[in-house]
Write a protein that binds this ligand. Structure first.
Ligand code: PMP
Length: 281
């Protein structure tokens, strides 16, 4: 298995992370998760753009351009073979004596690798269950920051409650989930939270928005409340690894009749056409 380490393809034993790395002390860095279908990066440009946006937001400058980085990522993906997986990439501000202030001289530290991840075919057919929790994260959720403590705590709480995701609520309104965006369907209209600092602008969400427009399904980013969530006709979450995932039960209560909804299934079919695979019959 090969790794992308500060611009070079290397073996694992060549990776050396300093004990002073700011990612380790402060979570001072950002990451991206690219989907690989059949050995090829899916929606690569959208992920790259978001990565560079996250970097700008936390004021890290990479020594490579977007197209140079793209070349490296594709070389890494080439070493992975024609499989389904993810490419995980993270960049920290680098190593420097521990201080809250940005170091004057640290070089960003970049690590990337591929990992086999199968499509969650069974869950895509059956749906998943979720619980609702207070959104206790900070106010810059649009940055794909390494600081994921609130997300991991909420995800574990969902797991402990026997659910697969936590849907987060801020001031009575639904923002997103611990590792996915969330949408509802009410009377044929798709509703989701507007972009901005309270959610991550998911790449899968962007794909769903395009699919909805192509299929003539009204798509509104006006957001929705906890009450509207519980009374929705359909609920689904979107992410790079969950794709368009139906949610069939929330807080132990069935979403409508408790089976994946028709619009959700329509979007799943559209999504599969885009990725050139079909596993949800
Ligand atoms: N929100 C959060 C908090 C996430 O971690 C993710 C997964 N990266 C998403 C939304 C979905 O984003 P994407 O579709 O780009 O995977």
């Amino acid at each position: 298995m090969m790794f992308l380490w500060n611009g070079r393809l290397v073996q694992e034993n060549e990776i050396q992370v300093s004990y002073l790395d700011r990612g380790y002390y402060f979570g001072d860095g950002i990451y991206e998760v690219f989907r690989i279908y059949n050995g090829r990066l899916f929606e690569e440009q959208a992920h790259l753009s978001r990565l560079f946006k996250s970097l700008r937001e936390i004021r890290i400058t990479l020594p490579w351009s977007e197209s140079e980085l793209s070349g490296m990522l594709n070389s890494l993906a080439d070493t992975f073979g024609e499989k389904d997986g993810i490419l995980y990439l993270q960049i920290t501000r680098g190593a420097a004596k521990r201080s809250h202030l940005f170091p004057a001289s640290a070089e960003p530290v970049m690590l990337g690798y591929c990992e086999e991840v199968a499509r969650p075919v069974e869950q895509l057919k059956q749906g998943i269950t979720a619980i609702t929790l207070d959104d206790e994260r900070w106010n810059k959720c649009h940055i794909k920051s390494l600081n994921l403590l609130a997300n991991t705590l909420a995800r574990q709480e969902a797991e402990d409650a026997g659910a697969q995701e936590a849907i987060l609520i801020r001031d009575g309104r639904v923002t997103e989930c611990t590792a996915s965006n969330v949408m509802i369907v009410k009377k044929g209209v798709i509703l989701t939270h507007p972009n901005g600092p309270l959610i991550l602008d998911g790449i899968t969400k962007q794909v769903v928005e395009r699919l909805a427009k192509q299929s003539g399904i009204p798509y509104r980013t006006t957001g929705f409340t906890l009450e509207e969530l519980m009374e929705a006709d359909e609920v689904f979450v979107t992410s790079t690894t969950k794709e368009v995932m139906p949610v069939t039960m929330i807080n132990g209560i069935k979403v409508c009749s408790g089976i994946p909804g028709v619009i959700t299934q329509l979007l799943q079919q559209g999504f599969e056409q885009k990725i050139g695979l079909s596993a949800v019959p």
